[in-house]
Design a binder for this molecule. Sequence first.
Ligand SMILES: [Zn+2]
Length: 281
Amino acid sequence: MSDLPARWPNGARCAVMLTFDLDAETTWANGNTSFAGGEKFIRSLSLGQYGPLCGVPKILDLLDKYDLPATFFVPAWTAENYPAVFQKIAEAGHELAHHGYHHERFYDKSLAEQKEIIEKSQAIFKRLTGKVAQGFRTPSGDWAEKTPELLQEMGFTYSSSMRGDDRPYRTEINGQVTDFIEIPTRWELDDYVQSAYNMYPAEPAGQDRISSHRWVLDNFSREFDGYYRFGLCYVPMMHPQIIGRPGRILMLEKLIQHIKTCPGVWFATGGQIAQWWRDNN
Ligand SMILES: [Zn+2]
């Protein structure tokens, strides 16, 4: 596979799409509903609040320091409740993409319900930044069978939700290969899976202990080495409430420094990667 042709702009060897899912309290509020009195778990909600209030400022500073573009997948509820943070991300030139209104599961929603969530969210994006989202990441698991068709009809150009490859691909809809691009990511590149921790309610369920930052950095770095070696599209999926902690933001800086030692890496937003893939593959 070392002889793979260059697939990226200007002969770059691989692409990097830095992504941040700004869930804020939505995941905790949804997760807590299965517990009696879960809505009163004020401490777990505060873990979510940390994301926009303390995580995002550190992330924006880091991206600015290295002059890197990123893509933020933001439930519109977060945008509505933290409008200044949302607008600051837009003003810094990063891409804002769709992640549900309140981080809803799409797989058990009717098409009409999915449409309503998207329309409501796009109106909020438009009101706050003057633009609607063109990218989609499915919140809380899978999407429904007809979701990609709906997304394409509603003007989305790409999704970053699936796991089916290490580089983008065209999504098949109703037996047809389409222009709707999937930019997959993986659990190995998800900071939540490796590092989320809360005592009550236990998150993740059956938790053992917090992963060593050193080993998480090692995982992320070794995955990058593989993506670089094979000319792929590296898409770490990070959450400001996790990666935005003081020690972990330094870990992310070390990862960026590691990536920067490799020549020919194209850092791009989801919209840029989808556009390039559509035009060149
Ligand atoms: Zn999320």
